[in-house]
Design a protein around this ligand. Sequence first.
Ligand SMILES: Cc1cc2nc3c(=O)[nH]c(=O)nc-3n(C[C@H](O)[C@H](O)[C@H](O)COP(=O)(O)OP(=O)(O)OC[C@H]3O[C@@H](n4cnc5c(N)ncnc54)[C@H](O)[C@@H]3O)c2cc1C
Length: 453
Amino acid sequence: MTPPGATVPTETQLPAGVPATASVPPAGPLTVLVIGAGIGGLSAAIALRKAGHIVHLYEKSAFANEVGAAIHVGPNASRVLGSFGYSEERMSGVECSFSVMLDGTGKTVFTTDNTDAKKNHGSPWYLSHRVDLHSELKHLALSPDTSPHPPCILHLSTLVTGVDAEAGTITHTGPSTIPSKGDLIVGADGINSKIRQLAFPDTTPAVPTGFSAFRFVIPTAKLRTDPETAQFGTPDRDGGKLWAMKIAFEKERRIVMYPCRNGELMNFVCIHPDEFREGGKADQAEGYWNTPTNILSLTSVYTDYAKCFQRIFTHLSEGDVTLWQLRTLPPLQAWVKGRLALLGDACHPMMPHLGQGGGQSIEDGAALGVLFPLGARPESVEARLKVYQHVRKERAETVQDFSRKLGMAKKGMGYSAAEVHQYIFSHRVEEYAKQSMSAIFIPPNGAADFGVL
Ligand SMILES: Cc1cc2nc3c(=O)[nH]c(=O)nc-3n(C[C@H](O)[C@H](O)[C@H](O)COP(=O)(O)OP(=O)(O)OC[C@H]3O[C@@H](n4cnc5c(N)ncnc54)[C@H](O)[C@@H]3O)c2cc1C
């Protein structure tokens, strides 16, 4: 689907001065440096490896203690995972068959049946533990068995400290044997992106939204041992076969619950206005995904919720709950510069209300794989990145804006869930990228004519 306002190019034009018969032999694989091996960086690495390029991944952490709770993988993203060759079994996702909106008393306000998501959009709507999704992406990027092309090379505990977008070089803390020059550089280093700051020094850091979320998971078996909470640990739809995502909403606060890991874990995201609203500080710059907090700070926000919700909290131990300050970034002027492309949270962090942070970064990665087929010449990188920006920026920023509107809305956001899901879930990023690419002439010397865009 074409993002609103975007024009799909329809004609091919030769730039002035380019001979119609120009013929230069295709190039070999490009060397691609991907900075950050989160969901976005790994998706780009998989897609570019699949195209036949040599991909180096630089990751500052050691991946020793992988963290995160559950994450949505909508049909728009699971379709891409399908083309990457993922294993449903290894990812252990749970299909999001129903969405149930409750109020703070526990009364059902409305239910949405999502069982036709797969039929309508050609791919399932999964709920996955972030660690399971991340592990599957790592497998697809690094295993010699998942592609005929050489596996991506992962450099762990390697912090990238500098980038020269025009020269295609980086500086990093790893040994000098690790490459620091590439044909294409992908800045996938998350919401506090260093690469964004260095390449686009005028951009501001991500800003607090006035909302934070308590996050924790509880084994569903534990919830089922308690008659008060059994309903939250059970696939209670369609005669006990299908799972629902449930959202208990009351006065700007939400308790969002959905299963992951084959239904063994229930994920909770408790979104609430935070002290930033009252002039507090944005002081969680690093590690804001997992700032430790205590159970009392959670329970004190939901004292007016019904007993069944309060009982959920009694299944927690100190150390189980983390606090995530929700931040956002105004749309950037550009995502690309020279040989550098930003992707994922580095350029479009979004509020979690539509569950699309991961999905949009998977789409970004997939688009790069299409726009850089094997044989793409190093001289054409800059031109191809402009097409990447055309294919991705408006789409991801539209989803970012929907997420912000939904997150900030006191009631509805002015669109029905069905309309928004239709827009988000039906997008076929690889086809859209192919379509955009085939309409543009990129001559071997790399200077494309963007008059058609
Ligand atoms: C630890 C963690 C837990 C998360 N948990 C959840 C969750 O439970 N639910 C949810 O919906 N979303 C979660 N997210 C966010 C979600 O994964 C992202 O919104 C989405 O997947 C887009 O990811 P990304 O790849 O763009 O960025 P990120 O997921 O932030 O990945 C960026 C990667 O870059 C690495 N990095 C950063 N700077 C450098 C540097 N200078 N050099 C080298 N490497 C660098 C980071 O270590 C990280 O691995 C989490 C993200 C992180 C990092």
